[in-house]
Design a protein around this ligand. Structure first.
Ligand code: PLP
Length: 369
């Protein structure tokens, strides 16, 4: 039984709902981490205990992804947004050939704006004209072998569009913003030079960003960057250059334990996430156009289900009644409007069933009027 039924129905786009078992452990740790006898909020980031927390979290991520040995796992601050700049500072500054970015939605646009401050950027595909409702197929992409790297967003959180393949060519370094689908499914991380993902959608609270970076990228990084923004310094200090977000990293540890022990790995997590999204998409597809999916069927996301209703008034009524029924976080992103159900790892299949039932009831009620 859930300790907090309303939290169970939290479909927030981010920070997202976390599993009940994790919340219960966090509650305990705020008062007293049993092994230490102190509150998690007051444990030194230089303590042996915290060193072990970082080591276990890193190992859990390595195990979950099958990460090759030549990658570093970093726990940084500044959110995904800081990575929008750290990546081009490290890999693009002073380069002649442009880095190649995909423009697939709201977050892509933000990434591109920041990269352009650091060096030449070529947008090799844009969904803007089509209203960001689809993603590129491999045939639509024309990569240059000279690009310092390609960058894409694996899951466009606002529009609800997700890649179900790894685009690009293996001889050009790949960089990916996986903020909204990291550890939600298996990922062949060895195909990337750098992956970044903040914790607050699928694997923890805001405050920590996971970076998986190939050693080669670290070796080739410029030597004149501010220490805080220098992956090399972060690697050398094991993400302990300054006071790291101890609490956020600890919660990520608990979530990775949950993924390994309770869920049984990323194949299982992906299967559950797929079941959840399919429930909603079946409801939408079978609604005679009452509910309309934002994205094209071929690219829709297992993490964010974005849809509209026939009128703004109906959308408002839907969101009002949903709030009354105990749901929260269903309003679409302020950039897009409409409705968005974010169904990250921590959200249960039962919660999605409850939402699907609510959507069915709402449609039936409207048809009777
Ligand atoms: C939410 C989100 C971001 C923003 O991350 P911050 O941690 O707030 O900087 C970036 N990229 C994607 C794909 C997101 O979903």
């Amino acid at each position: 039984m859930s300790t907090n039924p309303k939290n169970t129905l939290n479909f927030s786009g981010g920070p997202g709902a976390l599993p009940d078992v994790v919340l219960n452990q966090v509650q305990q740790a705020i008062i007293n981490v049993p092994e230490v006898g102190l509150s998690i909020l007051g444990i030194s980031h230089r303590s042996a205990w915290f060193e072990n927390v970082v080591r276990e979290t890193e190992n859990n991520i390595r195990t979950l992804l099958g990460l090759p040995a030549d990658y570093h796992v970093l726990f940084l601050q500044g959110g995904a947004t800081q990575q929008f700049s750290m990546v081009p500072m490290t890999m693009l500054r002073g380069k002649k050939h442009p880095a190649e970015y995909f423009d697939t939605g709201y977050w892509s646009r933000k990434v591109i704006t920041e990269a352009m401050r650091e060096g030449p950027v070529r947008v090799i595909w844009s969904g803007e004209k089509a209203g960001y409702r689809c993603l590129p197929t491999e045939e639509e992409l024309d990569f240059s072998p000279h690009a310092p790297y390609i960058h894409y967003v694996s899951n466009e959180t606002v529009e609800g569009l997700q890649f179900d393949r790894i685009p690009g060519r293996d001889d050009v370094p790949r960089v990916c913003d996986m903020s909204s689908d990291f550890l939600s499914r298996p990922c062949d991380a060895g195909k990337f030079s750098l992956i970044y993902a903040h914790a607050q959608k699928n694997i923890g609270p805001a405050g920590v960003t996971i970076v998986l970076i190939r050693d080669e990228v670290v070796q080739n990084a410029p030597r004149n960057l501010p220490a805080f923004l220098d992956y090399r310094r972060q690697v050398e200090t094991h993400s302990n250059l300054n006071t790291p977000p101890v609490f956020a990293i600890y919660v990520v540890l608990l979530v990775t334990r949950w993924l390994l022990r309770d869920i049984g790995g990323l194949e299982n997590m992906a299967q559950i996430n797929r079941q959840k999204s399919q429930l909603l998409y079946r409801m939408i597809d079978g609604s005679d156009d009452f509910y309309r999916n934002w994205g094209d069927t071929a690219f829709r996301s297992d993490m964010n289900v974005a849809f509209t209703l026939p009128t703004k008034a109906l959308e408002t009524a839907f969101l009002d009644q949903a709030a009354e029924a105990g749901f929260s976080g269903l309003g679409g992103h302020r950039a897009l409007g409409g409705v968005r159900a974010s169904i990250y790892n921590g959200l249960t299949l039962e919660a999605v069933e409850t939402l699907t039932q609510f959507m069915d009831d709402f449609r039936t009620q409207q048809r009777r009027q």
